[in-house]
Design a binder for this molecule. Structure first.
Ligand code: SAH
Length: 571
């Protein structure tokens, strides 16, 4: 059983503290920071109080009543508006006073007052978390009462992995959301159901299964275009390097609808840079580079070299932070594609134009692509585009997620007598339509990319129209090779239900076929089984090597990093 973690608003609530130990002093400070009003009851002589308790009494922050606790204090000292019942009770009496603690606990239970008795988990209806606060960012760690020292240590370790501007990021994103919602108020009211499906109103937006759901960019109403900004913000929060989010502005998100008409125009009438001019100045160079599925351990040395020698890096939004952290921040400009639902075409054009512009300035451009550049990465189109403009790219393969994910999931894509062929296909066709779906072949492992947001449409078609076996073992693999990798093993007919229940953690793919149960045996008792984390995701072993190779500056390491990206670079 787990506890329900919550963040409580406690302004002006009255919290009773019984006993004046060192723990009481800490509790009083936390209570004051949260805006509640502490009342201390103890018959302990005040000269023995800690300095902090004495100061709080002296400056009027802490009400102090010198007496022994009595039951009716609980229903006498609180706020008028709740019939004088105190809002919360903290007991910090010594272990020897077991009976008193028990009695306070029982009285609180009767009156439904949340109570915390230190060192007595059996008498607690709630406990405080070990917290880290920076601006509007708060993080709490709980070990379910198993050890506050351990919780504090874990909290410390976790807080060190966060960007140092995490507080600013929260404030900024919060302000942006509020501004957008204010501006879109009318539309939001009209289209409440749409917004709910975006997940922005959920506290846990990242894990809602609709985050990546399809937007038909060519059929959007004006209202939907406006709502794009909310959706884009979700996507930016999901994909962009955390530390750069503080630089985001409303302007970056406004482009989506303010310039919509001109966007459509540029899509149909692309503005070609002048060939003539290009031919006379072409000294820049471009490479299309695969960055692997996520972990830097799966980046090739060739890719690393390219990253290190670029003037401009044009990255997919899927290229994860750990790879972006390798970019020498003082020398190299970074632009991350704004490929969000409803903006794919425009974002692609923007990226290509930016590449050309840089090439014309004789710069070295690296087009960094998730996985392998030629597996559903529009790599071929990009090659042709640059070649047609006089800059023939060199292309460096990367490890595709389609083949790495099964390996990281213990699925041998081919296996004697089980699977003699592998198919990589997409779940999303042109303009969001369903693609041509493959027939069922028993001895085939099929990997569907860009499919998880379409499973509700996709799977019935596979089963009904293409004769796929509903009981076929499958695995959903999300953020393969990243520390937050997740595997959900289930059967074809339960995929949609599993995603609905577990939410999504993009990017993710679906592997189907009997190869899925060659190593991981099926679990007959559960409809699906979840595995969290990726043992090989840790890059700590690589750090000395990367530093030796001169690839990482100290402040480029994840967590310490503060990329100095401009707004144009990040959004
Ligand atoms: N060129 C990429 C694929 C681009 S298409 C490659 O070779 O991997 C984008 C799709 O790839 C996503 O929708 C998702 O299905 C898949 N994908 C990319 N990275 C992934 C990862 N780390 N884990 C799981 N799926 C991933």
């Amino acid at each position: 059983m787990t506890n329900l973690l919550a963040s409580l608003k406690c302004t002006d609530e009255v919290y009773l503290i019984v006993g004046a130990s060192n723990v009481a002093a800490l509790r009083i400070n936390s209570i004051l920071e949260a805006g509640a009003k502490p009342v201390l009851i103890t018959n302990q002589p005040s000269e023995k109080f800690t300095k902090s308790i004495q100061d709080n009494i002296a400056n009027g922050n802490l009400k102090y009543i010198e007496k022994e606790f009595e039951n009716d204090d609980l229903s006498r000292l609180g706020r008028n508006e709740v019939d004088n019942i105190v809002d919360r009770v903290f007991v910090t009496l010594p272990i020897s006073q077991y009976e008193v603690k028990k009695q306070i606990y029982q009285s609180c239970r009767r009156l439904r007052i949340p109570v915390n008795v230190s060192d007595s988990p059996e008498f607690c209806t709630f406990s405080l978390l070990s917290t880290f606060t920076s601006g509007d960012f708060q993080m709490g760690v709980s070990t379910l009462g198993k050890g506050c020292k351990l919780a504090a240590r874990i909290k410390r370790e976790l807080s060190h992995t966060l960007p140092s501007n995490i507080g600013t990021i929260c404030n900024k994103i919060g302000d942006l959301r509020a501004n957008i919602q204010e501006e879109d108020k009318l539309e939001l009211e009209k289209l409440q159901s749409d917004i709910d499906s975006i997940g922005e109103h959920d506290d846990d937006a990242i894990t809602t299964s609709k985050l990546n759901s399809l937007v038909e960019e060519f059929n959007m109403t004006k209202e939907q275009k406006k709502l794009q900004r909310t959706r884009w913000l979700s996507q930016i929060v999901e994909y962009f390097p955390l530390s750069t989010l503080a630089d985001l502005s409303l302007e970056d998100l406004s482009v989506a609808y303010k310039e919509y008409n001109s966007i459509v125009k540029t899509q149909t009438e692309p503005k070609e840079p002048s060939q003539k001019k290009l031919k006379t100045t072409k000294k820049g160079s471009i490479s299309l580079v695969g960055s692997g599925p996520g972990s830097i351990s799966l980046l090739t040395l060739g890719a690393l070299q390219e990253i290190h020698s670029a003037d401009l890096i044009l990255a997919d939004k899927l290229v994860p932070q750990q790879v972006l952290d390798l970019i020498p921040k003082h020398r190299t400009k970074l632009f991350i594609a704004r490929k969000f639902p409803g903006n794919a075409e425009r974002a692609q054009k923007e990226l290509l134009d930016m590449g050309l512009e840089s090439l014309m300035k004789n710069e070295k451009v690296v087009r960094l692509k998730q996985g392998d550049p030629y597996i559903f990465g529009r790599g071929g189109e990009e090659f042709n585009f640059f070649a047609d403009h006089g800059f023939t790219p060199s292309v460096l393969p990367g490890i595709t997620s389609a083949l790495a994910a099964p390996v990281l999931t213990n699925i041998p894509a081919t296996h004697r007598d089980v699977a003699d062929q592998v198919l990589i296909c997409t779940g999303t066709g042109r303009r969001g339509a369903l693609p041509n779906l493959p027939e069922f072949i028993k001895s085939r492992t099929t990997v569907f990319l860009m499919a998880l947001h379409r499973v509700v449409d996709l799977i019935p078609k596979l089963i009904d129209d293409k004769n796929w076996d509903p009981n076929l073992p499958v695995a959903i693999i999300e953020r393969a090779s990243c520390p937050d990798q997740r595997i959900i093993r289930t059967t074809l007919s339960s995929v949609a239900q599993a995603i609905e229940a577990c939410g999504s953690r993009p990017p993710g793919l679906l592997v189907t076929g009997y190869a899925c149960e060659v190593i991981a045996k099926p679990n007959v008792n559960e409809k699906w089984v979840i595995e969290e984390g990726c043992a090989s995701a840790s890059n700590s072993l690589l750090e000395p090597f990367l530093q030796l190779a001169g690839t990482i500056e100290k402040d480029n390491l994840p967590g310490l990093q503060q990329q100095s990206l401009s707004v144009e670079q990040t959004a």
